[in-house]
Design a protein around this ligand. Structure first.
Ligand code: GUN
Length: 313
């Protein structure tokens, strides 16, 4: 059997970021609007710091204003809520993200509530989550949206497909289940207590691994020809160095899957690109402007490799 098609998240993210930059240029030229994104980092978790720095660079490249705020790891909840209140009132700021996880003394639910639905570019506010689950237009959580774009880059028609999402986090698994359902998939949301996980995964036309467990998904868990999306970004010490590995044993899975995302270079780059997209959409919606056309279109479907008699693609 031929090796799986590698889904190039880097290329797809670059294309989306360029469409975001076009939309920003259009907004500035026609309406004098420069979208602005504020990021709040509490404490000095190294991974969070890298994410926030990458977001800042991506904003600059797309022409989006970025406002970074750092608070010490022992900041009180009141301080964080106070800062969010200020950002909510700041006309230059269209979207606010508070980098998760937060230190223990701060309740993430209260923080997300404080951001409010309009500037919630993460799509974590309860009102936006509710809209997502009833299939209404809303802000879609970035990693989940990125996964859908990656899936649609190789499979345009998802109706009737069986989708298994492994991992029920609010950031990825749950919103992705809602999006797959909206795309007419039959969705199973699996988690650490799920029984018979390997056999369940083997029935999936679309398998999304978002458990945060390095190399959890083996080749033997994958249906031949399935599309596999690996959301995991795990830092694992291997042979004296720290390597990034996903939730899927990619090298082995490539011998079975029809298409698969690599780690790194798969889901990761899409998350930031989708965040920029959400910031521009928030800027438009806040002003009653229509969503820019450049951001509505789906990416083109990639050419699949030559058929090899496999049925599930
Ligand atoms: N931490 C890990 N992923 C995310 C995300 O998508 N948004 C926020 N705010 N924090 C995160």
């Amino acid at each position: 059997m031929a090796e799986a098609q590698l889904i190039d998240g880097q290329a797809l993210a670059t294309a989306l970021r360029s469409r975001v930059a076009d939309a920003v240029a259009m907004l500035t030229a026609r309406h004098g609007v420069t979208p602005g994104l504020a990021a709040v980092l509490v404490g000095d978790d190294p991974a969070s710091r890298i994410y926030v720095r990458n977001k800042q660079r991506a904003c600059a490249a797309a022409g989006i204003g970025s406002f970074e705020h750092e608070l010490p790891g022992d900041a009180s909840e009141a301080e964080v809520l106070g800062l969010i209140g200020t950002l909510r009132g700041d006309e230059r700021v269209d979207g606010i993200i508070v980098q998760l996880p937060l230190p223990r003394q701060i309740d993430p639910r209260r923080v997300i509530d404080a951001v409010g639905p309009d500037k919630d570019v993460d799509g974590f506010h309860p009102l936006n989550i509710g809209r997502l689950w009833i299939g209404e237009p809303t802000v879609v959580p970035c990693t989940a949206e990125g996964c859908m774009m990656l899936i649609r880059s190789v499979r345009r028609d998802l109706a009737g497909s069986s989708a298994v999402v492994v991992g029920r986090s609010s950031v990825v698994g749950r919103p992705l289940a809602a999006l797959l359902l909206d795309a007419d998939c039959t969705v199973t949301l699996a988690h650490s207590k799920t029984r018979g996980l390997p056999a369940l995964c083997r029935r999936a036309d679309l398998l999304i691994a978002a458990a945060g467990r390095p190399l959890l998904v083996k080749a033997s868990w994958i249906k031949p020809g399935a599309t596999v999306i690996d959301v995991g970004i795990n830092r694992v010490p291997i042979g004296g160095t720290v390597r990034l590995v996903g939730d899927v044993d990619t090298a082995a899975a490539m011998q079975v899957a029809g298409a698969i995302t690599p780690v790194p270079g798969g889901v990761g780059p899409m998350t930031i690109a989708c965040l920029l997209r959400n910031a521009v959409l928030a800027a438009c919606r806040r002003r009653g402007l229509p969503d820019p056309e450049a951001l509505a279109a789906l990416p083109p479907v990639m050419e699949p490799p030559p058929p090899d008699g496999c049925c599930a693609r």
